[in-house]
Design a protein around this ligand. Structure first.
Ligand code: C5P
Length: 236
């Protein structure tokens, strides 16, 4: 089922709680990133799980396979529903993440690969990282590696969703940030953005939405609009 994941990009638990209180009895799927996780630690995940949220832990793991295996095991024990790793760590590292999720005996989080960060442009990729080709080619090739390693899907930009679905099949999940409402939405620091409806039409399985929801005057209404437009494919 297509779903909207609310990015809880906060510095501490108090800010997170203040935001979630605005949702009333709704329990959106949420994303915890490095800012909040490093500030508050595993307790923040326990708290969110106790409140009834599903949790995407966006920690972008990248290390030797043995270490990533242990890290995913630890995150599975926290009850994470989704975790991510850098595809640049290679197929063996991604397989190790997959095995940890399956054998954890706790939650079996979805494992999603980060291909190229959207902050990495073609010039940096070619000249600094010495990776030839276009960003699109590299994203697709890393996504194929992720599929070969048995991962569940990739985080990708709105512009990449359609081609990834076409090449790798519908069951391979796409998680898409960079979402803005069609009218009245400010892009903030996002360069390439799309609407919830367009992301839905392109085949995204999950959209990750932060400020358009968390900084809205009425976060619950913004969240509900986002879900409706994403699932319905209609621009508001
Ligand atoms: O506030 P906004 O909707 O821009 O938040 C988007 C979220 O998705 C942030 O947590 C951001 O770090 C994350 N993200 C992104 N672009 C990527 C990967 C992650 O915006 N390529």
């Amino acid at each position: 089922m297509k779903d909207v994941i609310v990015a809880l990009d906060f510095q501490n638990r108090e800010q997170m709680r203040a935001c979630l209180e605005r949702f009333g009895s709704a329990r959106p799927y949420v994303k915890v990133g490095k800012e909040l996780f490093y500030a508050e630690g595993p307790d923040v995940v326990y708290e969110l799980k106790e409140r009834g949220h599903r949790v995407f832990l966006d920690l972008k793991l990248h290390d030797i396979p043995h270490t990533v295996q242990g890290a995913v095991y630890s995150l599975a024990r926290l009850g994470a529903d989704m975790v991510n790793v850098h595809a640049a760590g290679g197929i063996a590292m991604m397989q190790a993440a997959r095995e940890a999720s399956e054998s954890s005996g706790y939650a079996h989080p979805l494992i999603i690969a980060v291909t190229q960060l959207t902050s990495t442009g073609q010039d940096v990729m070619n000249r600094e990282l010495l990776i030839p080709g276009t960003v699109e080619q590299v994203v697709l090739s890393y996504a194929k590696n992720a599929q070969e390693a048995g991962l569940d899907g990739v985080v990708c930009s709105p512009l990449e969703t359609a081609v990834i679905k076409k090449e790798l099949g519908d069951a391979f999940l796409t998680v898409t940030p960079g979402i803005r409402f069609s009218n009245g939405g400010i892009a903030d620091d996002q360069v390439r953005v799309t609407t919830p409806a367009q992301a839905g039409a392109d085949g995204s399985d999950y959209i990750v939405v932060g400020r358009p929801i968390t900084r809205a005057d009425d976060p619950l209404a913004a969240y509900a609009r986002c879900v409706e437009e994403f699932r319905g494919g209609i621009d508001g």
